[in-house]
Write a protein of this length. Structure first.
Length: 226
């Protein structure tokens, strides 16, 4: 007779996948919004963990932070301002994770269509790139099988051996907890080492070296030799 029934193991597996993708954001998603002229606040889908980037017909929409606005002496309040135009700021403060608010208030309607938001249709849509939490009940937002099986088994053993009752084994639980934490750290390192097309904007762009080369005029501006 098994120590734990299938329902308990499945529940732990689902909880483990959700917890893992919350601790280490690793499920990337992108979707478009159905924009209506004159409407500034829109609902976001469930399971969204954090927004990575928002673009309005290809142009970046910047996140609005009250502290940054005060420091930068930006005399606007997107919560109350009703100026219309092409949005270049968005905020979630006071709206929650399931809402996004644009400023200025959109002055055009842009339809929802996810068919080309990874390429040719970026310049025609309002697109949100984000990190999502796993949805164990579905098939779309899941960890790859080879990651899920290896890491979730440590989570399951940690919780099941730690459960009070005749099957409790704290030594085994601690052992698998260490294995799980080590695997999580390895996953973080793998994610951090992935190539990123990010360039620091407040310093010179230097590729292939640590210092900027000494400026040099073209050869036709050299010393004239008679």
């Amino acid at each position: 007779m098994p120590i734990w029934d299938d329902a308990y193991i499945i529940d732990l597996a689902n909880r483990g996948e959700i917890e893992l993708t919350t601790d280490v954001p690793c499920i990337f998603d992108r979707f478009s919004l159905d924009i209506v002229s004159g409407t500034s606040t829109y609902s976001l889908p469930e399971g969204l963990l954090s927004i990575s980037r928002v673009t309005w017909k290809g142009d970046k929409v910047w996140p609005f932070e009250q502290r940054s606005a005060i420091i930068g002496n930006l005399n606007i309040d997107p919560l109350t301002e009703t100026i219309t135009g092409t949005p270049y700021l968005y905020l979630q403060h006071n709206y929650g994770f399931d809402k996004i608010h644009f400023w200025p208030v959109p002055d055009e309607s842009i339809g929802l269509d996810d068919s080309g938001i990874w390429g040719a249709d970026i310049s025609n849509r309002v697109i949100i790139s984000c990190w999502r939490i796993a949805d164990p009940t579905g098939t779309e937002f899941r960890l790859p099988d080879f990651i899920r099986r290896r890491l979730i088994k440590y989570y399951i053993n940690t919780k099941s051996y730690g459960k009070e009752g005749p099957s409790q084994d704290t030594d085994a639980s601690d052992y698998f907890k260490q294995k799980y934490q080590f695997s999580i750290e390895q996953l973080r390192l793998v994610k951090a080492s992935l190539p990123k097309s990010i360039v620091n904007e407040m310093q010179p762009q230097v590729f292939g070296g640590r210092f900027i080369a000494r400026p040099r005029l073209p050869i036709n501006f050299g010393k004239v030799v008679e």
